[in-house]
Ligand binder design. Sequence first.
Ligand SMILES: [Zn+2]
Length: 338
Amino acid sequence: MPARFHARFNKAGVVTGFTGMILVVLLSSGHAAHGHDIGTESHADEHSHQSVAAGHVTIGIEGDFRVIESDGLPNHKTGQFPGPRNPNRISAQSHRFRVPVAPKVAEKTTPLQMHPFGVAINGVPLDPGAAEFWNRDRRSGWQYEALGGVVDLGLDQSNGHVQPTGAYHYHGTPRLLLETLSKETEKPEMLLIGYAADGFPIYNDQGHSDAGDLKSPMKQLVSSYRVRKGQRTSGEAGPGGTYDGRFVQDWEYVAGAGDLDECNGRIGVTPEYPEGIYHYVVTQQFPYIPRLFRGTPDESFMRHGPPPGGGFPGGPPRGGRGGRRSPPPPPFFPPPRR
Ligand SMILES: [Zn+2]
């Protein structure tokens, strides 16, 4: 990227844009969404009066924060849920996420824990981590990659599926959401998919060949992660076998191998931020949805109540804001090397 552009970004900090009030209301295609899954019936709050069949999201500015509230129902068709490969039914949620309007690059990157990386602008969480571990042991340090081709999580054509809580979420490119956002049919477009928990915007994998020039041709951006060479540790310490991408830990960042940094983002101009901003990209390759924050993730994305995937029948009800925090699971990555 041109040095002049870098300097301008650093001097200006994060460039403004989207400073006005934004209100987005989307209607879903109206699939059945009567929640009878764990935890979805037990909380009544400001969203409980809404029809569960209406996908609904509002994005507004409150002080220094962008606030995204939604019932989590996608505004596009989904796979069949419950279905043969996913027993859960989509139900209305009461998501409330908050991100800084003017996000800041932190001194150090922060690995994603078991909580959403961000939220799409239709109010559906971008939540790449699967609660599937080697030997079902989340402390093993070996986590199956949802899109690694081994664990069948019943993902639909938008790389989405449903947690036991009824929460629909994406593990990769939300294809049908992109269709709803696209204005063109012929030309590749850079589309604002949503916001990361640290406030930086998230785009699809089309970007400018010169990150600093809105007029430069578009190209498909690729991640800089590659499958490690060699064998996994075996015995007690690891599953053994050749690295093939099925585990999150099979992947390593190789600087310069692709277009993006270890957080799967870069600094560049975007339609919404023509002066340039750090932004993330959802790629067709690992990590798909990023797993490392350039800024500081907001508390509102931290998981309250039981972790996803386990079910926890008879367990504690899903907490609301200020509810019980789950104990922290091991991070997705070993500490980042700088
Ligand atoms: Zn999932």
